[in-house]
Design a protein around this ligand. Sequence first.
Ligand SMILES: [Fe+2]
Ligand SMILES: [Fe+2]
Length: 366
Amino acid sequence: MLEKDNVKGEGVSVISDFYDIKEADVMVIDDEKINLEIIEELLIDEGFSNINCFINPQKAVEHYRHTPPDLVLLDLNMPVMSGFEVSKQFQEISHTPPPPVLVLTALADKATRLKSLESGARDFLRKPFDDQEVIYRVRNLLEMHLAHKENIDYSNNLEHVVEQRTQELLDTQNEMVESLGLAAEYRDNETATHTIRVGLYAQALAKHLGVNDREAHQLKLAAPLHDIGKIGIPDNVLLKAGKLDDEEWVLMKKHAEFGHNILKNSKSLLLKNAGIIALTHHEKWDGSGYPAGLKGSDIHLYGRITAIADVFDALTMSRPYKKAWPIEDAIQLINDESGKHFDPSIVEVFNQIIDALLKIREDNSD
Ligand SMILES: [Fe+2]
Ligand SMILES: [Fe+2]
């Protein structure tokens, strides 16, 4: 009996089953009925319960094709199809792992043995049979084969478990990002849909800029965190109804670095990227932005994309304290700011996909 520890994860069994040697599927092929009967009886006496005997090798090959056995006992001298031929045909049918073939022969000369091995046999049994020898060889081959089968099952299941765990990890990460975004929104006057739309706009722009789908999807999740640093801004500044004075403005601008500080040390690429976005979403193409006054392509692409997504959404949605701009005016402003606030190549893409962006706006309104 082959046993392996059941490696169990939460709700997931790595080993679904293990194989009982007594239930192994043994195929016996011999053109002489009496030989089949002898072997079958011997195996039954040993407790084997799953024995398929074939007097016709062609039928055996057919059976083998759709029901791979765990072991084949194969006679060599048969009139219609020799054991060598049967063995060769088995080899052409690729089962994983291939069932071992135990050759039954009255001829024990070297040439026959070599030819058997060449055609794929694993071991030999001399006729007339010695009962004990038959049982030992059958057991040995079955044990090896079932262990092999079990290992294959094990790694297949392991792959499945790894996939499942990876998905769980991704789900948790996405949930965390959403929760962080929500936390920031509670502090700010922003709505949840603002951050969602910024993510979707950023994803759409990125895709049309040639960023691959996986990365664009990351941007969709990370861009909503652009203002996470506002968590660190005091209420009297963040929620002030009137205009900010110079000192308050300096403090307000700090939200970019605060956001970066919150996220930059994460091991998650998603959160790291969110940190980059937080830091760079107020940088401007002409170098007049903050916090670093970076210019042109020195500003990370994610920051340049999110800048347009954020401004476009802020302009086109109404807030308790301001009315939404007409769409045409917002598009005009984005274009007027091409090469000043915004990366001209992204403004170009923005114009190309404006219909898709407006559809996002419509589908995700407040
Ligand atoms: Fe911001
Ligand atoms: Fe925003």
